[in-house]
Write a protein that binds this ligand. Structure first.
Ligand code: ZN
Ligand code: ZN
Length: 969
């Protein structure tokens, strides 16, 4: 039903008549044939009037254009209630249907038929029945209701004096509040006791300190989750049976969490090696920490909870996920566990070899985390040297292990032969390309990077003679050096897993070097030293060579779709091969930003159960570990939808307004302070506001979901005009080189005095959402709404770190998804971390399996079968050589049954399950194909991987054919 059209049209007409401007006068004739005005026509009023009289429709003939609108109302019965839809409909006739003078139609360019600043208010004398938001996980913890949905606009809702008022709004705002770690809690007799987590007290009395914490946790759990407490909540929140059952489930989870931490405490109590390793980890963090003296309670508890998995991963295989929204600190938690693992290994007989592998889905993230990791590892090395029990073992070192492109994978001295055409390692430019860190992680002084011929390695050298680690640091950035030195800790990208099917040397990381060259380090090959032409006598590997025992997977939620599916398959291969080599299972820990969907994801990635820490509290934002201070602002989200412009253009306008506002704030802070409703006579406030303009608000971060948006934004002339120099703009996306990012971060943290050198605008994609750590950023514009809630959580966490931040979310008017989110924008923000998001990973996909079979085959050959094959006969080459493969098939060393079983085992394909029938068939067909054709295509000098189809990936990202994955999730 449409109402009010006549009334609205009349009102609009009288508004149009009231204004004093001259109406547009078309040129005479149709098509226009009056002449265009010349310069003398524009000389003054008179000449212009004369021109108009000759060439334009007389002013008296011009009719004002018409604007019309109506209110559309639809009423639908739903479940015994009525759903009411009310909208303003623009019924203005199109320009070509309106006449300028009763004769000539308007041209589109001259008549804007849009209606601006429309507000619709509806008043009811009854309360509205709210909608349930199905996108939000159901919970006894909070409402997930929305009183009304907006339609192309947000809608506000007020109930007062028995009346309900719904009103459309131009923008939707939603504040979020800051969370803090809990610092004290009640003990069993109700006294408030501090939760002690200082490094000093954990070093002096680890068992006592952790006992106090766990006791307080138990009291908290009893107090908040006991039957009495639940009964009270039940009554207060009016739970139904389902909500009560859910609350009981959460209560059980809370008790299980407390028991999980206590199990770690017991181990701390009974196993002196665990205790010593835990204390050593605390000493290292204490030494490495610049400005803090204690952990957050959740960090200590999580590390302690992970200890049983560190000692006996077979009995404790669950993947432990740390999730923490407030103030971060996830990295410190897993760094703490990493340190405990390093020392525990050494105290229990491991003398050398790689122990920890931290993998990140993004290069940028790996790079930024390397600094943190290196600081911890180098401090651990200092402590190791001082610890008589382990001083004789190999140094703790770190390797930066990323997909090609960042640092070279292998270096060789040019020797005049044609075998090597890579860069000359003694060239300083090559050394720079291999640089992992700018400064010594220990003393902070600049590092030099130099090629060393005798050891054939690219070295990071600290030249500060006062530094405890002065000299060559155990830091490696070239893959080849990493394999030969087997540093204790690897930090890198997920896609490096592909090396499993590429490089025989990978088995060194799995604890299986063949021998040690006194000059060049470990070798995986029974035949050669990895350095070409080396004639040294190789020695047996020293006792106690370890293997990777802890895997750290950060930003787990980013491992999705094809990367996640491939990673899942390779992960499975890695675990199976490692177990085949008689290693204990890895302990796997992870960090994630989303609270839902992790179980499914971990099952697909690792084929294990997952435990998230911490579990939910009774209220969102309230756990034993942390508390939210309502009213202490964290960030304000502002959702806006542009009308007559694209999202990028609207964002440009945000940038222009921001720029002007910051200038005003710096030049005329008084006016801006007054506009904001603050006391402009208070000199202190004015000065603080001015400083905020130079510091907190100076930089606008624009976040783009797509690279195309970023490109059109930074090319916009109005945006270019805001910039004095290229230095004013920092572009952060997947293609940005690490040194450009480092330089931008440095200029953001310590802004240069000169305006033209300061970063004032950041244009970024997803790449900035992780670890781009600049505490002063305060304002952000987000273009569009990401499909994954985690993405906007991560992105917007860049602003408001220390002081409240503002996020302007520009809704993309041309995307349905954005339109739908805009309908309930405040709720979308409020429930952001509870939005159900099934991470699209499917390890059971047959196309993915087919894609990984060649890599799987090569992995078994290189990491497992090769050594026995090569040493089992005279003059045998690696199975990576096509003729060796042919000979092995001929000799019956490789046969169909073996290949099929290795592939099934490696990728977790069950031998009998009906569910895996298609998977088994795919493997059978592929193996038959290879056995039927490869032996005939084998040729001297031809590598086996080059004959395999599809190709063996070098990185999980560089698969040439896009992979389409279908699957029911
Ligand atoms: Zn140093
Ligand atoms: Zn050698």
């Amino acid at each position: 039903m449409r109402v009010g059209e006549g009334e609205i049209a009349t009102a609009l007409r009288s508004a149009a008549v009231r204004h004093e401007h001259q109406l547009f006068r078309h040129r005479l004739g149709a098509p226009a044939n009056g002449s265009l005005p010349l310069e003398h026509d524009l000389a003054d009023e008179q000449t212009w009037a004369a021109y108009g009289a000759r060439n334009l429709v007389p002013a008296t003939h011009v009719l004002p254009p018409e604007h019309r609108a109506a209110v559309e109302i639809e009423i639908t019965p739903v479940d015994g209630l009525f759903e009411v839809f009310i909208a303003v409909v623009n019924t203005t006739p199109a320009p070509q249907d309106q006449l300028i003078d009763g004769v000539r139609p308007y041209e589109e360019a001259y008549l804007d038929t849009r209606l601006y600043q429309v507000v619709l208010t509806a008043t009811l004398d009854v309360p509205v029945e709210p909608y349930e938001l199905e996108q939000v996980a159901q919970s006894h913890r909070y409402e997930r209701s929305v009183p009304a949905f907006g339609h192309a606009s947000p809608v506000s809702h007020k109930e007062a004096d028995g009346q309900t008022t719904l009103r459309t709004e131009f923008a939707a705002t939603e504040p979020t509040w800051r969370g803090y770690p809990r610092r004290e809690s009640s003990d069993a007799v109700g006294r408030q006791v501090p939760i002690a987590t200082s490094f000093a007290s954990l070093i002096a009395d680890p068992v006592g300190t952790v006992s106090t914490l766990v006791d307080l946790l138990d009291v908290w759990v009893d107090d908040k989750w006991g039957t009495t407490a639940l009964d009270a909540l039940h009554a207060e929140r009016g739970w139904n049976d389902k909500a009560r059952a859910e609350a009981e489930k959460d209560a059980t989870a809370a008790r299980a969490e407390a028991a999980w931490v206590r199990a770690g405490l017991d181990l701390l109590h009974t196993d002196p090696n665990v205790r010593d390793a835990f204390v050593a980890a605390n000493k290292v963090v204490q030494a490495a920490a610049d400005d803090y003296v204690s952990w957050h309670p959740f960090q200590v508890a999580w590390i302690v909870g992970c200890l049983p998995g560190m000692v006996d991963p077979k009995r404790h295989p669950a993947v432990n996920i740390v999730w923490f929204q407030t103030g971060g600190g996830k990295s410190e938690a897993y760094l703490g566990l990493m340190l405990a693992t390093l020392f525990y290994g050494r105290y229990t007989g491991v003398t050398r070899g790689t122990q920890v592998w931290a993998r990140f889905p993004l290069r940028l993230l790996a790079l930024q985390q390397t600094e943190r990791f290196a600081k911890m590892v180098m401090n651990a090395e200092v402590l190791r040297r001082q610890d008589p029990r382990i001083a004789h073992t190999a140094a703790f070192g770190i390797g930066y292990f990323v997909g090609g492109g960042n640092t070279p994978n292998r270096l060789r001295k040019p020797d005049g032969s044609n075998y090597y055409n890579g860069p000359d390692p003694s060239d300083p430019a090559t050394a720079e390309a291999c640089r992992v860190l700018d400064n010594c992680p220990l003393c902070g002084q600049g590092l030099s990077v130099k090629w060393d011929d005798p050891t054939h390695t690219m070295r990071h050298i600290c030249q500060n003679s006062a530094c405890e680690l002065a000299g060559v640091l155990p830091i490696w950035g070239v893959d080849d050096d990493i394999y030969r030195r087997a540093p204790s800790v690897l930090v890198g990208t997920v896609d490096k897993l592909a090396q499993l099917g590429q490089n025989q040397a990978f088995q060194i990381l799995l604890g299986r070097p063949h021998s040690l060259c006194p000059k060049h380090g470990y070798s995986a090959s029974p035949t050669w030293c990895p350095v070409f032409g080396c004639k040294e006598d190789r020695r047996p590997v020293p006792k106690g060579f370890g293997h990777v025992r802890l895997e750290i997977a950060d930003e787990l939620h980013l491992l999705d779709e094809s990367l996640g599916a491939l990673d899942g398959m390779y992960e499975s291969l890695l675990q199976k091969i490692s177990e085949h080599l008689k290693n204990d299972p890895f302990q796997i820990v992870g960090a994630t930003a989303t609270i839902e969907g992790y179980q499914n994801q971990v099952r697909h990635l690792y084929d294990r159960e997952a435990r998230r820490f911490p579990v939910n509290g009774r209220e969102a934002g309230e756990t034993f570990w942390s508390t939210t201070r309502k009213g202490d602002p964290l960030r304000r989200y502002l959702g806006v939808r542009s009308r007559a412009s694209t999202m990028v253009t609207a964002t440009r306008e945000v940038a222009v307004v921001h720029d002007q506002w910051v200038r005003d704030l710096c030049d005329d802070p008084k006016s801006v302070v007054a506009e904001a409703g603050l006391d402009a006579t208070d000199a202190e406030i004015v000065e603080e506001a001015r400083r905020a303009g130079e510091d907190l608000f100076e930089v606008l971060v624009t976040y783009c979901l797509r690279n195309e948006d970023l490109t059109s934004f930074v090319r916009d002339p109005a945006v270019r005009e805001l910039l004095e120099s290229e230095d004013n703009l920092a572009i952060i996306n997947g293609d940005t080189s690490p040194d450009v990012i480092r330089s931008a971060v440095a200029r953001l943290r310590n802004p240069p005095a000169h305006k033209s050198e300061r970063v004032r605008l950041i244009a970024a994609t997803k790449a900035i959402g992780h670890g781009f750590d600049v505490a002063r950023l305060g304002v952000m514009a987000v273009m569009g709404t990401p499909t994954q809630a985690s993405e906007i959580i991560q992105a917007s966490a860049r602003v408001g770190r220390r002081f409240p931040g503002l996020v302007v979310n520009v809704i993309n008017p041309s995307r349905d998804r954005d339109a739908s989110v805009f309908r309930y924008y405040p709720e979308w923000i409020r429930y952001l971390d509870r939005l159900v998001h099934k991470v699209p990973v499917n390890r059971e996909s047959v196309p993915v399996l087919k894609r990984v079979l060649p890599g799987g085959l090569m992995a078994w050959f290189l990491q497992v079968l090769d050594r026995e094959w090569i040493t089992g006969g005279r003059r045998r080459r690696s199975l990576a050589d096509s003729t060796a493969f042919r000979d092995a098939v001929r000799d019956g060393v490789l046969d169909r049954a073996l290949l099929v079983s290795l592939l099934r085992h490696g990728f977790g394909i069950d031998d009998t399950s009906v569910y895996h029938r298609m998977h088994r068939e795919a493997i059978d067909v592929w193996v038959d194909d290879q056995l039927a054709t490869l032996p005939f295509r084998a040729e001297a000098g031809k590598r086996l991987p080059d004959l395999l189809h599809p190709s063996v990936p070098r990185s999980l990202r560089d698969i040439e054919e896009p992979l389409t994955i279908y699957g029911e999730l």
